[in-house]
Write a protein of this length. Structure first.
Length: 255
């Protein structure tokens, strides 16, 4: 981990500068972003260039954070941060989040997970870029077998995903994925990638992936279930949410 902390990847000549972004990742005590506590934060201020490469701005931050409750065994097995380590930390989550997570952020699955935690702890996020959207779409299209960060990183870069689930390692892998995803998607600039990621992609022929209706086409879901899902599944994939909006629109047009 220390080697990665002191030696970030070097990149090709710049093609143009877009904007300063904070790339970040949490390790936490659980899977529910509305309840879990962060136990590690990595945040790197970077300038991402139009060719998808990046330049690091300053030293960034990567530390274990103090938490009030115990770290469950399941979470410890994922990231290796113990209750004793977290409760001994002098870094207050609310204070470091307020300092480092402001403005435009970038992460892997941050739209559905990390951003929700960050905002609970006072983050001032104005816009967000989540690469999971691209990887998830590539999985749905049959390009990838899995949508995890480590799998996508190894698939596209050919490098081993070292220290996966260490927050800094995950931030670095996410940043290194950007030009590879642009090449796979035939997108020429980072600005275009941001627009593509932010534009929901839905279809009534999409397969519903979860719950009692798993395996059904969206067009065959019961109307009451669609309404329930939109009202209660706050962390739904944005493309799935778009499918359900299209369903409701089609139902309205059919009346």
């Amino acid at each position: 981990m220390e080697a990665r902390r002191n030696c970030l990847a070097s990149f090709s000549p710049l093609k143009g500068i877009t904007m300063r972004i904070t790339a970040y990742d949490f390790e936490t005590t659980g899977v529910n972003p509305s309840e879990c506590e962060p136990v590690q934060l990595a945040a790197l201020a970077v300038t991402i260039h139009e060719d998808g490469t990046y330049t690091k701005e300053g030293e960034g931050f990567c530390e274990i954070l103090n938490c009030e409750n115990e770290v469950p065994d399941g979470a410890f097995k994922v990231h290796g941060i113990s209750t004793e380590q977290a409760q001994a930390s002098t870094f207050c989550p609310r204070k470091v989040v307020a300092v480092y997570l402001r403005g435009v952020v970038l992460g892997y699955n941050n739209n559905s997970y990390d951003n929700i935690i960050a905002k609970r702890y006072g983050a001032d996020i104005t816009d967000s870029v989540a690469l999971f959207v691209a990887v998830s779409r590539l999985k749905k299209d049959g390009v990838l077998a899995k949508a995890s960060l480590s799998y996508a990183y190894e698939h596209f870069t050919g490098n081993k995903a070292e220290n996966a689930h260490d927050a800094l390692a995950d931030v670095e892998m996410t940043l290194e994925l950007i030009p590879h995803l642009m090449a796979q998607l035939k997108i020429e600039t980072f600005s275009e990638l941001r627009t593509w990621l932010a534009t929901p992609r839905g279809s009534l022929d999409a397969v519903w992936p979860i719950g009692k209706h798993k395996g059904k086409l969206v067009c065959n879901l019961p109307p009451s279930y669609v309404t329930w899902a939109l009202e209660n599944m706050a962390f739904m994939d944005p493309d799935l949410r778009e499918c359900l909006y299209q369903y409701q629109e089609a139902q309205g047009n059919a009346k």
